[in-house]
Write a protein that binds this ligand. Structure first.
Ligand SMILES: NC(=O)c1ccc[n+]([C@@H]2O[C@H](COP(=O)([O-])OP(=O)(O)OC[C@H]3O[C@@H](n4cnc5c(N)ncnc54)[C@H](O)[C@@H]3O)[C@@H](O)[C@H]2O)c1
Length: 251
């Protein structure tokens, strides 16, 4: 199978998009390490993935706000599996706060989880991949990195930062056989967004704003990640793949 023998690390895979990515990689033969702060949910996800096979998943508790925890957990993953072929940084937090109400605590939390952790997990994987002379890193950003609405200042800044660090790492990694790309979803139906479905006004506005007239599915985002993570994909690095149903090109 496409990912047979591949060691894949997916952050934030206890839930939502990350979980779907982990499940899909394992369904194609991968061995997946799930890094998440919600250990019980991560273990439940890993159990389901192992039951479905043919690949497997193992849950690792990791609070990504701590660089020390990232280092310890990534070291444990590498010690256990010996290498990292694919890293998907999917953990993230969203918020919606008016600019005048943003607090330092909110700024720090979103930066720590969305941006700082994305880099430090990638840095650890990058060092391993340099020694291997191969690897693929896919960081999940957002359409909010390029178009926003006056209520997503911190989130938009962190996701633009994710795209920026991915480009730099792609340039550095080129000579080492490491591809680094971002996937930027539009609105996807996940535990992060499903509460909005009860808001009729929000849903109607969104359906008219998004050219395909609906929210994206987790498998649509996952398919883009699988394409970039595939051993048969080469020559694509430093790119941002938007899976936004046409949101960003709509006037
Ligand atoms: N859902 C959307 O519409 C949408 C749109 C664009 C981008 N995204 C991005 O996709 C990614 C996944 O989003 P989702 O909707 O699946 O969210 P989700 O809330 O379902 O999952 C996020 C995961 O991140 C984990 N996480 C949060 N803080 C953590 C921490 N400190 N340490 C370790 N793990 C932590 C959570 O435990 C959870 O398992 C995020 O990066 C998000 O910004 C989502």
């Amino acid at each position: 199978m496409e990912f047979d023998g591949r060691i894949c690390v997916v952050t934030g895979a206890a839930s939502g998009i990350g979980r779907e990515i982990a499940r899909s990689l394992a369904s194609r033969g991968a061995t997946v390490a799930i890094l998440d702060v919600q250990l019980a949910k991560a273990e439940e996800a890993a159990g389901q993935i192992c039951d479905e096979g043919p690949g497997s998943a193992t849950a690792f508790a990791c609070d990504l706000r701590s660089v020390v925890e990232i280092e310890t957990t990534m070291s444990a993953v590498v010690e256990r599996f010996g290498r990292v072929d694919v890293l998907v940084n999917a953990a993230g937090l969203a918020n919606r706060t008016a600019a005048e109400d943003i607090t330092e605590a909110e700024w720090d939390l979103l930066n720590d989880v969305n941006l700082k952790a994305t880099f430090f997990v990638a840095q650890h994987a990058y060092r391993v991949m340099v020694a291997q002379k191969s690897g693929k890193i896919i960081n999940i950003a957002s359409h909010r990195a390029t178009t926003t609405d006056g209520h997503h200042l911190v989130y938009a800044a962190t996701k633009a930062g994710v795209q920026a660090i991915s480009r730099d790492l792609a340039v550095a990694g080129g000579q080492h056989g490491i591809d680094v790309n971002t996937v930027s979803p539009g609105y996807v139906l996940t535990p992060m967004t499903e509460h909005n479905l009860e808001n009729d006004e929000w849903l109607t506005r969104l359906q008219s704003r998004i050219p395909i007239g609906r929210l994206l599915t987790m498998s649509e985002v996952t398919n883009a990640v699988l394409f970039l993570a595939s051993p048969s994909t080469s020559g694509i690095t430093g790119q941002n793949m938007l899976v936004d149903g046409g949101w960003t090109v709509h006037e």
